[in-house]
Structures are given as C-alpha cells and as structure tokens.
Design a binder for this molecule. Structure first.
Ligand SMILES: [Zn+2]
Length: 307
C-alpha cells in the first residue's frame, strides 16, 4: 500500500529536531511525505517585525522540506495563538481532507509549551473529524471526507519529559543513522532560529543540542542515535502498527532498565491493602460538499526559493 505521511508540528524546526531522520528515510523509500507547521514562528526574533520574520521562517522550513523532496505547508496560525477550538479544528480537518494522509505524526500532548500541546489536541481531533461525513469544515469548496481515520503517532516532547519533569518513554525508537546527515542539513536551513536561540537563550549549539538529543533517544533503545514515537491507541483510531511496519528494519524498543522492571512481589502488599478497605469503590449500577476542488484559503504551500 502506498502511504502518505503527514507530519504536523507547531513551529518551524520542531519537526527537524524530533522526527526529520525518520521522515527522510520514509521519503527515500518512496513514500509521500508532507510537512506542515501551525505557525510561521513569528515570535522567534528580538529584532524583526512579526511579518518579516514569518516570511523568512516559512521559507527556511520550505527549504528544509525540499531536501527530502517533501511538500511544506504553513497552516496560518500565529505563535502563542494555537488553541483547540472549533474554527481551528475545522481548518485542520479541511487540511487533512486535502492532503489525505494514511499516517499522521504530530507533537506530544504533554510538552513544555502551549502551542505544542494545542497542536497535538487539534491534530488528534481533526484526524477523527476528517472521517466524519457530516462534519463540516465550513469551506465553500470542501475536500471529501476521508474514508478512514489516519493512524496517529506522537513525536517526543522537547527534552523528553512531561509538564512535571517526568520522563516520557517512546513506544519505539527509529534508528536514524542512515539519514542523520540529512536531518542535520534540514535543521541547518533554519538559520534565523539558530540566531534567535543564540541571542535569546544563549544557546550557541543549535545542531549539537539536536545531536545530543538523538544520542539520548538512541541510548534508550541501545542504539547510537534515534527518534522516538508513540502510537495513539484511542479506540476508533487504527490500531495496526502502520508506521512501525514501514520502519521495521530500523525499529528498536526501549530497553527496560533494571530499576523499572516490574516486580509483582512489590505490588502485592498494595493490592492486599486495597482489597482490605471496606470503602473499596464498587461498580456503578445506577450535508457536506463532495467536491474534490480544494480552496486552500487558509494554508500556504511554500516552495523552495530558487537561488
Ligand atoms: Zn516549537
């Protein structure tokens, strides 16, 4: 089966940091890969106007996508203004129906900042809505509903931890050794972000931070470098290991560390204590347009600048 893999994250460079090695490998295998960012990264500067930096950053993201022959779309949101509300869900749903992915990879539902978390929620719900014939996106020339919900995967949160600093362990880690050079090249296209991080956050080592991160993910699974993913298992969503099977030869499961190995003897006292409690909780007894014409009024496909 031919697959279309759609990666959506909040800001330009998030995909490169978290999933570009895997996506580059899928593109190399001949799958259609589409990249999209919710925002244009318009707040990622200290010395340029929002519209000016937005223009630069969508072009950088398009240049990055072009390195793996992927299409890139900017979905028209502003930084710090991504919310899981009805108009945003309609916009995402229309985009999904236009692109028609079989696999969607998005941001982590628990992450360090609002845009990332809102993106995860919106994408999850748009995957569901895209396959509902009666869900209207409000577009005059709306794309057809999807025949089925696409398989949904989450990238790692930035830093690999949730809101409370607790480690988020991926379901599987993809070995990105063969596409690591491409991942670096893609990240290097985000020149303006490199500059912003240097000035605003004192981070001189944009690329080496990413390298350190991929080594950490690789170490989780006993390999040198990798990218982690989790498969969303909400019951109406596809349960088959769709992405896992596409990266089968590169797939590694996180190692169980000795300290985390489940020891049933440790659980027994807790189970017994619960069973002894007299107040143990008991079970409660008590018309959409079918036109294939796509308007794209809210998204902008950005192509690589011709030098
Ligand atoms: Zn981001």
């Amino acid at each position: 089966m031919d697959h279309t893999i759609l990666a959506i994250h909040a800001h330009p460079d998030d995909i490169e940091f978290l999933a570009a090695g895997t996506l580059a490998g899928l593109a190399r295998e001949g799958h259609r890969v589409v990249l999209a960012t919710m925002t244009a990264g318009d707040c990622g500067t200290v010395n340029q106007e929002a519209d000016e930096i937005a223009k630069i950053r969508v072009q950088e993201a398009a240049n990055s996508a072009a390195l793996i022959k992927a299409r890139y779309f900017y979905l028209g949101f502003r930084d710090m203004a991504v919310f899981s509300d009805h108009p945003s869900r309609q916009r995402l749903t229309e985009f999904l129906r236009a692109i028609r992915p079989t696999i969607v990879v998005t941001s982590s539902p628990e992450d360090y900042m609002a845009d990332h978390e809102a993106t995860a929620l919106l994408v999850r719900d748009a995957c569901f809505a895209a396959a509902l014939p009666n869900y209207s996106t409000g577009e005059s020339a709306a794309a057809m509903p999807l025949a089925e919900i696409p398989a949904l995967y989450f990238m790692d949160p930035i830093g690999g931890v949730d809101r409370y600093g607790t480690e988020v362990v991926p379901h599987f880690v993809v070995d990105i050794e063969k596409t690591f050079d491409l991942k670096i090249a893609m990240l290097m296209e985000h020149k303006s972000q490199r500059e912003w991080l240097r000035i605003r956050h004192g981070l001189e080592n944009y690329v080496s931070n990413m390298q350190k991160w991929t080594r950490q993910r690789g170490a989780l699974a006993g390999i040198r470098i990798g990218e982690g993913f989790r498969h969303y298992k909400g019951h109406p969503y596809p349960q088959d290991p769709r992405l896992e099977s596409l990266v089968e030869k590169l797939l590694h499961r996180p190692l169980v560390r000795e300290s985390e190995a489940f020891d049933p003897s440790l659980a027994t006292p807790m189970i017994s204590a619960l069973a002894d409690r007299s107040e143990m909780p008991t079970e409660q007894t008590k018309p959409v347009s079918r036109s294939r014409k796509r308007s794209y009024s809210f998204v902008r496909q950005v192509t690589r600048r011709i030098p």
